[in-house]
Design a protein around this ligand. Structure first.
Ligand SMILES: [Zn+2]
Length: 294
């Protein structure tokens, strides 16, 4: 079985769509101040619900603390019409998914354990290893939350939902600057390791799958990272991690991706939050009005 984390699985998520990068008059969206009903909250599902032992391991405690940070961030960022639950679970398989019926995002500990084993090939430092797992876990949570937002807010889309969810996760991370950028780099590493694993085990490439391939997801992460700040991440092109042929279009790809999600989410963003740059200069580092994920 090929690694399949970020599976959008769920019973409802057949072939989804990517948010279109079509041109929309965002000033009209912004001007409306049409902020929707905000009765809903992002809520952490307590592990007690699943009968976990009261004394959880340190590993689980640290993961749950990060989940709480993500939920805090989401509650400061997005208004929901109804509650959305997020949980870390022992699932019996290494997966992550959004369940439309129960409105729950679940990330399985088995998936995080597998990431930890894979990342252990990359570092000997326990602190760095923990950060790599938590960073990738954060990207997984944002990916699944994107599926939930598309469902709950009935957001329109014109491409594959799996790609749109990856893009949302990347945008949320780069908006966090250094810490988030490192998380996105670590997520890219996870995809590179997964692709290597698949090659070593001669797993056939699943061209039929709703997700892009592991290799494509690796380059997609790097492209948005580089596109957001070519000055800072130019080394990825110079050392040929990101091929020049792709890199050339990454700034444009990043701007279109950010704009697409901004257009769709602006009516649901909390007051003072914006996914658009805070200045009009499209060149160079970009500032956001997005809460800090800390
Ligand atoms: Zn997905």
């Amino acid at each position: 079985m090929a690694p399949d984390f970020f599976s959008g699985a769920g019973k409802h998520l057949a072939l989804g769509q990517t948010i279109s990068s079509r041109v929309v008059d965002i000033s009209a969206v912004q001007g409306k101040q049409d902020r929707r009903e905000t009765k809903g909250q992002f809520i952490v599902r307590s592990r007690q619900r699943f009968g976990r032992p009261a004394l959880a391991s340190q590993k689980v405690v640290v993961r749950e603390q990060q989940l709480e940070r993500v939920v805090l961030f989401l509650n400061k960022t997005v208004s929901l019409p109804q509650d959305l639950y997020l949980a870390l679970e022992d699932c019996g398989e290494d997966d992550a998914f959004y369940d439309k019926e129960t409105r729950e995002v679940n990330v399985c500990h088995e998936l995080l354990d597998r990431l930890q084993r894979q990342f252990a090939q990359e570092t000997k430092s326990p602190a760095r290893l923990r950060k790599m797992v938590l960073g990738t876990m954060t990207a997984i949570l944002f990916h699944e939350v994107a599926h939930a937002l598309i469902d709950i807010l009935n957001l329109p889309a014109t491409g594959r939902e799996e790609d749109a969810a990856d893009q949302f996760a990347s945008l949320m991370l780069v908006a966090q600057k250094s810490d988030g950028e490192q998380m996105l780099l670590d997520t890219a590493k996870a995809w590179r390791l997964a692709a290597r694993w698949s090659r070593l085990h001669r797993e056939p490439i699943a061209y039929w799958d709703g997700h892009s391939t592991e290799g494509q997801r690796f380059y997609n992460c790097l492209c948005l990272l580089y596109g957001e700040n070519p000055g800072k991440f130019g080394y990825l092109v110079r050392n040929r991690t990101l091929p020049l042929d792709r890199a050339i279009g990454c700034s444009e790809e990043f701007r279109k991706t950010r704009r697409s999600w901004a257009v769709l989410l602006t009516p649901y963003l909390k007051e003072g939050v914006s996914l658009l740059p805070t200045d009009t200069d499209n060149e160079g580092p970009i500032s956001y009005s997005v809460p800090s994920l800390r």
